[in-house]
Design a protein around this ligand. Structure first.
Ligand SMILES: [Zn+2]
Ligand SMILES: [Zn+2]
Length: 469
């Protein structure tokens, strides 16, 4: 375990979590010392420092506030990281978060849309603002080598033994939300309104937001005026946050294609119709959809993430299954790609003389997340004030899926932003060598917790205080 406050000092790397005065005091020390005698300079520095402290406090969490809650947040992070749970099975995770939020004075309701939790803190008249974290982990075997790496295995929904890892950073989101909840509960004079914290299950399977809404998230509880969520990734260095006004990500569709053949002996292929060969042709032809069918410049991704077929080298199986993810960012391109997948899967089966057409199941679909541009502009200013201008970056849309779009689809203006998670030194080295750091969902995904968690807390508090000032 990497203890808080030991090891490499984030301050020495110039991380903004220590820079609540927008870059520290060196700039005015230098500027003033040329023109003032020492006594005047110290007095002026004191006044200026005090003023900047007040400004920083009004706009975001100051270092002291974050430091006060950090050890508990870090402990929660490590605990949740070591005990990950799969989508829709986050019972222990939800219970831990619920207990902590309850102890802070929040009114907590559990089992909303399955394992979801809703924590409400009322603080007079004002807007209702929702801050959401995900609860779930992924069936990935952790290979980070961290002292607190997950060793958990469990049975998935199909009864298979699978490893489990917080490979998407949802553990960090939970720790940040808990610390933010604590700062907001302690400092009720800095905001007014209703704070609505949501622990959402099953983000990775895209069912959690839908299930919580179906279970009355916006009817049994106040419908928020704004919905906010944050996601850590390795595309930015720890210490920074990224904003995407307008389109944040892409439409995502999950498909399962079962290809039927005729099984038999591997040495007598002429007596069979080999579904593995049909699958192989199908996979390659599917790649011509983005390359040859979609207009150049339009976003379209067709990925076959798994192929399941066969049991033994000399047995030709009678069916093969493909798992696809499809990403687009325009409705017409989405329809074009989905129609092309159906056409190609059917045609390849027919070309091979398959006994029947493949079964194509479109089992998951999420719409892209749209960040309200006016809201994004307002919160960009608040984040710049809290973290420093150079630590707030405008980013391009990224091809990931996110069911936060379901909340936005209810007519709630949304703000979904990214939190830099990359170790700043590794980030710089990767950039210099033109390589990429492990992405979310990689067995090697390991955000640089300190300072990323500090920045996450400071950013969330800044956003909430701006919306409820
Ligand atoms: Zn993920
Ligand atoms: Zn995620």
């Amino acid at each position: 375990m990497r203890p808080v406050g030991s090891g490499r000092s984030p301050r020495s790397l110039g991380q903004p979590r220590r820079l609540s005065l927008n870059g520290g005091s060196s700039w005015f020390t230098g500027a003033l010392s040329d023109r003032y005698d020492l006594g005047t300079m110290i007095w002026k520095q004191f006044l200026l420092g005090a003023l900047l402290c007040v400004v920083a406090w009004a706009q975001g969490a100051n270092d002291k506030e974050v430091d006060a809650v950090y050890p508990e947040a870090y402990a929660l992070y490590v605990d949740i990281h070591q005990n990950p749970e799969l989508s829709a099975h986050e019972t222990q995770t939800a219970a831990k978060l619920a207990a902590r939020l309850r102890s802070l004075g929040y009114e907590v309701t559990e089992h909303v849309g399955g394992t979801g939790i809703v924590a409400i803190l009322k603080n007079g008249a004002g807007p209702t603002v929702m801050l959401r974290t995900e609860l779930d982990a992924l069936p990935v075997e952790e290979k980070t080598g961290l002292p607190y790496a997950s060793k958990v295995h469990t049975k998935d929904d199909f009864g298979h033994d699978v490893p489990v890892m917080h490979a998407c950073g949802h553990d960090l989101h939970m720790a940040s939300l808990f610390a933010t909840a604590s700062i907001m509960a302690r400092g009720k004079s800095s905001w007014h309104g209703t704070l609505m914290l949501v622990g959402q299950p099953a983000e990775e399977t895209a069912g959690g937001a839908k299930a919580m809404l179906a279970d009355g998230l916006f009817t049994r509880f106040p419908k928020p005026d704004f919905a906010v969520a944050m996601h850590v990734d390795n595309l930015l260095p720890a210490g920074a946050v990224g904003i995407m006004p307008g389109i944040y990500n892409n439409n995502a569709d999950s498909l399962r294609i079962t290809i039927y053949g005729k099984g038999g002996h591997g040495a007598q292929p002429h007596t069979t119709i080999d579904p593995i060969v049909i699958a192989a042709r199908t996979i390659l032809t599917l790649q011509t959809i983005p390359a040859r069918e979609v207009k150049p410049g339009e976003m379209a991704i067709v990925t076959v993430g798994y192929v399941h077929a066969g049991t033994k080298n000399n047995v030709i199986p009678d069916q093969a299954e493909l798992g696809l993810t499809v990403r687009t960012n325009k409705p017409e391109v989405r329809q074009q790609v989905l129609a092309a997948i159906t056409r190609i899967a059917n045609a390849e089966a027919e070309a091979a003389g398959a006994p029947k057409a493949p079964l194509i199941e479109h089992y998951e679909a999420t719409d892209l997340v749209y960040n309200d541009p006016a809201l994004a502009a307002r919160l960009k200013a608040a984040l710049e004030a809290a973290l420093g201008k150079k630590h707030v970056v405008i980013e391009e849309p990224i091809p990931v899926s996110e069911d936060f779009s379901y909340y936005v689809a209810q007519g709630v203006p949304g703000f979904y932003f990214t939190l830099g998670g990359a170790d700043p030194e590794k980030y710089a080295a990767a950039k210099a060598s033109g390589t990429s750091l492990p992405s979310n969902h990689s067995p090697l995904f390991a955000p640089d917790v300190d300072p990323a968690l500090h920045t996450g807390i400071a950013a969330e508090v800044a956003v909430l205080r701006e919306l409820m000032k």
